[in-house]
Design a binder for this molecule. Structure first.
Ligand SMILES: [Zn+2]
Length: 95
């Protein structure tokens, strides 16, 4: 069983900043999902299903409620930004 994991700070990428108390890392000691509200977990699930073509309401994007579309767009935007950061970080490690 893993008891904790240390990750490079996503804000400063290990250089040290206010977010990470100048350490450059975050130590995760429990499941990050335990900090999410049930509504956020549900939104992440809906966004994942939508990404795979399965929206909550039968039909396409325009058949969903505006709140659903907005939520999925937000999740996908944050996901794309995170994936871009990971790609940049991966490129940096090969320097
Ligand atoms: Zn930092």
């Amino acid at each position: 069983m893993i008891e904790s994991v240390s990750l490079s700070c996503p804000t400063c990428h290990g250089r040290g900043c206010r977010e990470c108390n100048q350490t450059g890392t975050f130590t995760i000691t429990r499941c990050p999902f335990s900090d999410l509200t049930p509504e956020t977990v549900e939104l992440l699930s809906v966004a994942r299903d939508a990404r795979n073509g399965a929206w909550p309401v039968a039909g396409g994007t325009l058949d969903q409620t505006p709140a659903c579309r907005d939520g999925v767009r937000l999740v996908e935007s944050l996901r794309a930004s995170h994936l871009a950061d990971l790609a940049t970080e991966g490129g940096r490690s090969s320097d």
